[in-house]
Write a protein that binds this ligand. Structure first.
Ligand SMILES: [Ca+2]
Length: 176
């Protein structure tokens, strides 16, 4: 019997749909924040894929909760290498405070790198590692196909993360 000559699967032609990571603030906006940094305080994110680590290259959408985040409202600070500098009194804080519940930021990595199952996502949030007296604040991490927080295709990667959040991307359904 002749061996069947099956073509090897070609990963290069596999369609990739997922490119975006959504960080969703879960913090009660009424939580006391004397430093005007209500909500989670994000200073970067990274994508480990295919043996390479990518920093955030683009903030594709950003919106704030109702809390007072007057001290840190510049979403683009998360672009580039995570800058572990969490002083809320800095003139240009290296983090953005998302203002509490429903605040969000949507980012992408490298040259719109695809996000696939098994990749590892890191989200860097100012937590007690930087400031032991800070309150712990919580956020969720999702992976998606579009840069719209209302898109129905967000897939959960981690819930209730705080400080540095790490998650492994689950198997991603082909979006309908
Ligand atoms: Ca905060």
């Amino acid at each position: 019997m002749e061996p069947v000559d099956e073509p090897a699967p070609d990963n290069d032609v596999e369609p990739h749909f997922y490119h975006y990571v959504l960080i969703l603030d879960r913090q009660d906006p009424e939580t006391s924040s004397p430093t005007h940094t209500a909500g989670v305080d994000i200073y970067g994110a990274q994508l480990d894929t295919n043996g390479q680590t990518f920093d955030v290259s683009s903030v594709d959408a950003c919106g704030f909760g109702t809390g007072d985040n007057e001290a840190a409202r510049y979403c683009d600070v998360v672009i580039g290498p995570p800058d572990d500098e969490c002083d809320p009194d800095a003139i240009d804080p290296a983090f953005v405070s998302l203002g509490g519940e429903d605040g969000y930021i949507i980012v992408s990595f490298g040259s719109l790198e695809p996000v696939v199952a098994g990749d590892i996502i890191y989200v860097y949030e100012c937590g007690r590692e930087q400031n032991p007296s800070a309150i712990q604040e919580y956020y969720d991490i999702y992976v998606g196909v579009g840069a719209d927080p209302g898109d129905p295709h967000w897939v959960e990667c981690a819930l209730n993360a705080t400080g540095t959040g790490v998650c492994t991307v689950p198997v991603l359904p082909i979006p309908d």
